[in-house]
Design a protein around this ligand. Structure first.
Ligand SMILES: *[C@@H]1O[C@H](CO)[C@@H](O)[C@H](O)[C@H]1NC(C)=O
Length: 255
């Protein structure tokens, strides 16, 4: 499981970073689908440590990025929902973790990056139906370029982000979805594929260390925070493209 720590550097091994510090404290009533991964046993985190985001898309299922949960024992992980304050979330147990079978961490000259970075978590019991905990529908069609979308996370305001015992507050940020080809050919040098969706802000607000697995959402869920080459810049963050993986998600919801 030390592997998880090294994989979680996807969003942490860079320099200056403002992360969602420039965002706003989220109102969980507006975004009741966001939850967090919670360590239930030492894995090797401390019990209670929070180390990534999950998104509920039905009462019994959540999605996250595979790089956070690959090879994890489902009994070692909980998902917390219902509050922007980490110490106030209600933690639910999960029974299965299914990572995409073609998930991989790769490296090119620019960055370490992930492909097929998606995993489904099945909850042991359905989530309660209340105003602070509500699933979000999976996307139906991809957003047009420059659509304003929200992203959320409990991540750090610095690049190096170690998991913490939940003292953080959920922050949100509005990003613009972007033309994958533009960034594919420039900043990301050909690593962007149909399974990725990019989003950026012209004022240099970005997700940062510890924000992995967070949503990119409008009325539906479009993306999951996966990797970036920098924090706190106008360069885009790369999200797992939920539209692209919707057939995989539907086929892998274990009854
Ligand atoms: C990104 O560029 C690579 C290399 O040119 C290409 O193979 C790939 O299809 C491009 N991605 C997209 C989404 O067009």
């Amino acid at each position: 499981m030390l592997k998880f720590i090294s994989l979680s550097i996807l969003l942490i091994n860079f320099k200056t970073c403002y992360g969602i510090i420039n965002g706003y404290v989220a109102n969980i009533h507006d975004d009741p689908y966001v939850g967090q991964l919670v360590a239930l046993v030492p894995i090797p985190l401390t019990v209670g440590d929070r180390y990534g985001q999950v998104v509920a898309f039905s009462p019994k299922y959540a999605v996250t990025v595979c790089h956070l949960v690959q090879n994890s024992d489902p009994s070692a992980i909980g998902v917390g929902f219902g509050s922007p304050y980490q110490y106030l979330v209600k933690v639910f147990t999960i029974s299965t973790i299914r990572c995409h079978e073609d998930f991989a961490i790769l490296t090119n000259s620019v960055t370490q990056y992930a492909i097929n970075d998606i995993a489904i978590l099945k909850l042991t019991e359905p989530l309660p139906n209340c105003d602070t905990i509500q699933p979000i529908p999976l996307c139906i069609s991809e957003p047009a370029d420059n659509t304003a979308l929200i992203t959320l996370g409990w991540g750090a305001f610095v690049q190096l982000d170690l998991p913490v015992l939940g003292t953080r507050t959920l922050n949100s940020l509005i990003l613009l979805s972007s033309n994958m080809l533009t960034f594919n050919n420039s900043i990301y040098q050909g690593i962007i594929n149909e399974g990725h969706i990019c989003a950026f802000s012209t004022s240099g607000q970005t997700p940062c260390g510890g924000d992995s697995g967070g949503p990119l959402a409008g009325k539906t869920l479009f993306g999951l925070t996966s990797f970036s080459i920098s924090c706190g810049t106008t360069q885009p963050t790369v999200f797992t493209n939920v539209c692209y993986y919707e057939p995989w998600i539907n086929a892998n919801m274990i009854p």
